[in-house]
Design a protein around this ligand. Structure first.
Ligand code: ZN
Length: 183
């Protein structure tokens, strides 16, 4: 078979050379709880996320869920809530990466995946401020989640997306897990 990351011939879905380059991601404390990430967003881990996110390679999501994320899920997790991709990106790339990861994790752990967040609209945190161009996502809500819900996403960057999602879910989020974290 071919390594999903580097696409060289390999006896495994992820070759040993790619596997060596995977570094565990640091934890980050957010306002609702701890965000845990499987790998640092570099090397083969970054390639795997890219394969899933921009090339719709579901096998990359299977590897990330099984090897980067499943062991990070809190034991008392009651639900998995994927951070939805914007609709135009889902259409353009043919995949919603976090939804794939949540489904894979659900299959591995038995914790249900609940698609209750609807894709983000973006609003300016500081309207009219030239210096602050960062856009903050605002999600819609299409259902309820139990206390102990865990957010699932592909990459953790600033944490603002996870914070916005947790705020939308009204205090029922206890943690987040992502495949990778940029440091
Ligand atoms: Zn490889």
């Amino acid at each position: 078979m071919v390594c999903v990351a580097c696409r060289r011939w390999s006896g495994r879905a992820l070759c040993s050379a790619c596997r060596i380059g995977l570094g565990p991601g640091p934890e980050r404390l957010l306002s609702f709880g701890i965000a845990r990430s499987g790998f640092i967003h570099e090397g083969a881990a970054r390639t795997l996320v890219h394969r899933l996110k921009y090339e719709a390679v579901v096998a990359a999501g299977q590897i990330l869920a099984a090897e980067a994320m499943a062991h990070l899920l809190p034991h008392d997790a009651r639900a998995l809530v994927p951070i939805p991709r914007t609709r135009w990106r889902t259409i353009r790339y043919g995949v919603d990466a976090a939804a794939v990861l949540a489904d894979q994790l659900s299959g591995l752990t038995g914790v249900p995946a609940l698609t209750v967040l609807t894709p983000a609209l973006y609003g300016r945190r500081h309207a009219g401020r030239v210096l602050s161009q960062r856009e903050v996502p605002m999600f819609g809500l299409a259902g309820r989640v139990p206390a102990g819900a865990v957010l699932v996403d592909d990459v953790l960057t600033t944490g603002s997306t996870l914070e916005a999602a947790a705020a939308t879910l009204g205090g029922n989020v206890s943690a987040a897990i992502t495949a990778t974290v940029s440091v």
